[in-house]
Design a protein around this ligand. Structure first.
Ligand code: 8YV
Length: 344
């Protein structure tokens, strides 16, 4: 009988999805959640046909060259800046991501972080826990209005649109957005959102939310110059990727109260957080949890598993590809796997 294709699950995932994968694959799963070094990951992928990855494994040219049978990397994340897409395409390796299943959960979190930041929830809780609350004052922890204010969204993909709908329909906010391309009129109407250039958005928004993918061109989309264009009363929220904001410049702007507050779920060098951010009070910091509900994390892993099954078992294109691998190189990899699995 032919052997099953071999798959590595690089980090711990929902146990139900491990069970599903075990039905199809010879599975090595990392339910202990060990953090593999690049070398350890390569060693484990040497004999694998596929890998279920998270955003924390770098898939680059040296790894692809060292793992000649690897045919598919299925990220359980919508973002895939851990992939060198060009290297994967040239090496004949399919990449997939996990869009849609996390959209609403992530938009919920974006809004939660915006509200916690604008209304100073973390800062005031720390004050209370420290036993500093002695009496009521009319201006104690006064924050910024949310209802009726102006929301500026940079990056108006699925999650950005989810945040826009929440703001416009739930809180009567005026919604401005900036995106590489303008949205279809019916989507703009549904989100009640107006397309503006980045400068206008930064100057007019009371709350700026970043939801754009990380690319080298998007690095430091918000730096000292952009922070200077924002209102001194404004809040900045980043649920996109570290590196889109210049964390050092932001810490300085917060310290000097050049903007009122920030809420960050992602960081330039995560899990390390810029020390200057840790010492300013007007920032809410969360450890990259925007998609973290059990149901959504399971759905993300399930979609990654389905992509692996599509390609390695059903022999059809995966449902959420991010590249179109070079056919010749892909065939050479498939041939290696077939030889070993006896599926010729
Ligand atoms: C993930 C994310 O939790 O989907 C993304 O792009 O940033 C998060 O939802 C993280 O990348 C781990 O896979």
């Amino acid at each position: 009988m032919a052997h099953k294709p071999r798959v590595l699950v690089a980090r711990a995932i929902s146990p139900e999805v491990v069970q599903k994968l075990e039905q199809h694959f010879e599975l090595e799963s990392n339910q202990q959640d060990l953090a593999f070094s690049p070398e350890a990951l390569i060693a484990r992928l040497q004999d694998k046909d596929g890998v279920l990855s998270t955003g924390t494994q770098l898939i680059d040219a040296p790894l692809l060259a060292a793992c000649p049978r690897l045919r598919i990397v299925a990220n359980m994340a919508v973002g895939y800046n851990n992939f060198d897409v060009a290297a994967m395409t040239a090496a004949g390796v399919q990449g997939t991501n996990a869009p849609d299943v996390l959209t609403e959960t992530t938009a919920d979190f974006g809004f939660a972080l915006l509200m916690a930041t604008a209304r100073r929830i973390s800062e005031s809780e720390h004050y209370l826990r420290a036993g500093r609350w002695k009496s009521w004052r009319y201006d104690m922890f006064v924050g910024a209005e949310i209802h009726g204010s102006t929301l500026g969204i940079i990056g108006m993909g699925r999650i950005g649109q989810g945040i826009a709908r929440r703001g416009a329909h739930g809180f009567g906010m005026k919604v401005l957005y900036h995106n590489r391309s303008r949205l279809a009129p019916e989507i703009e109407a549904e989100c009640k959102a107006s397309h503006v250039d980045k400068q206008q958005l930064l100057a007019q928004a009371d709350h700026v939310v970043l939801v754009l993918p990380y690319t080298p061109e998007n690095r430091h989309t918000i730096g000292a110059a952009e922070l200077a264009q924002m209102k001194p009363s404004a809040t900045l929220i980043n649920i996109a990727r570290g590196g889109i904001v210049d964390d050092a410049a932001l810490a300085q702007a917060l310290r000097e109260r050049r903007i009122a507050a920030a809420g960050l779920d992602v960081f330039e060098d995560e899990p390390a957080v810029h020390p200057a951010l840790l010492s300013v009070p007007n920032v809410v910091l969360t450890p990259h949890i925007a998609s973290a509900t059990l149901g959504t994390r399971r759905a993300m892993a399930e979609l990654a598993a389905d992509n692996l099954i599509d390609m390695l078992i059903a022999g059809r294109p995966p449902r959420t590809p991010v590249n179109q691998p070079d056919a010749g190189a892909a065939q050479a990899r498939a041939g290696l796997g077939a030889g070993v699995h006896g599926k010729t």
